[in-house]
Design a binder for this molecule. Structure first.
Ligand code: ADP
Length: 246
């Protein structure tokens, strides 16, 4: 309980009578990285929406850091509490450099002027340098975000989230559209991040999930179908049926 960062129990959410999330329970430990898999419509996006406060569950408990009831918080409050979310499509500021994108995020501002005011602190320079290194973008610091590859833009967006220093990072299909090399690098990068933070990754790419080498939860029809190592989950007859029966 003490080591639990995120706790969902009996969570249900219906849309027009259809249960997108159905009695879902999930526990993420402090410092854990978890991969969430499951076919389209399994409820992965709705689950992330519930954690971030974008969607309110009809029933069930959602607790963060022990005693914070997330169902009573709005989206902005949850983000400020240290839950960062990366959506599938990168949303970097194309007309700014890579480093300035990180600085803007550090300043908690969409304004380059606010970011420039923060520029002189040595601590912040070090933080920017650390984030650039973690996200494999040190050599691209002065490059316009528009000139990055698709994979690098995804890494930059992860870096922008890191600038907000989240305790829990939710990442939605980070390797969609990446090259094989970028995909492998992303697995290494997320493993490094997960040394100091908890990470929940929704992903379809099973090569990538294998490279992450973490506990896997397979969702189906809004609840947990199978949980364990990737080998365990992918050999589970119920999982095989859900994927092959389609
Ligand atoms: P996944 O991300 O695993 O593909 P989703 O969470 O997007 O699954 O969707 C789960 C189910 O809930 C789907 O059947 C989807 O059509 C339905 N759903 C999700 N959001 C809404 C909504 N806002 N209104 C109506 N139905 C929704």
């Amino acid at each position: 309980r003490r080591d639990t960062l995120l706790y969902l129990d009996g969570v249900t959410k219906s849309f027009d009578g259809f249960k997108a999330i159905n009695n879902l329970s999930l526990v993420i430990q402090k410092g854990e990285m978890r991969a969430i898999i499951g076919p389209n419509g399994a409820g992965k996006t709705t689950m992330m929406d519930i954690i971030t406060g974008k969607t309110r569950p009809d029933e069930g408990e959602v607790y963060f850091a022990g005693d914070v009831d997330l169902t009573k918080q709005d989206e902005a409050a949850i983000a400020n509490m240290g839950i960062g979310r990366k959506f599938q499509k990168p949303t970097v500021f194309e007309s700014h450099t890579v480093a300035d994108n990180i600085r803007m995020s550090l300043a908690g501002s969409r304004s380059i002027f606010a970011a420039l005011l923060h520029r002189d602190s040595a601590g912040e320079r070090q933080t920017v340098a650390d984030i650039l290194e973690t996200t494999r973008l040190t050599a691209k610091a002065g490059t316009l975000a528009a000139d990055l590859s698709h994979g690098q833009k995804q890494w930059l967006e992860i870096g922008m989230l890191l600038a907000q220093d989240p305790e829990l990072l939710l990442v939605d299909e980070p390797v969609a559209g990446m090259t094989d090399a970028e995909t492998e690098e992303t697995a290494r990068l997320l493993r490094e991040i997960a040394r100091t933070r908890s990470v929940v990754v929704v992903e379809h790419d099973m090569h990538f999930v294998r490279a992450l080498d973490v506990k896997v939860t397979c969702l189906h029809e809004g609840s947990v179908l199978s949980e364990g190592t990737l080998d365990h989950v992918s050999a589970d007859p119920r999982v095989v049926e859900v994927y092959l029966g389609r």
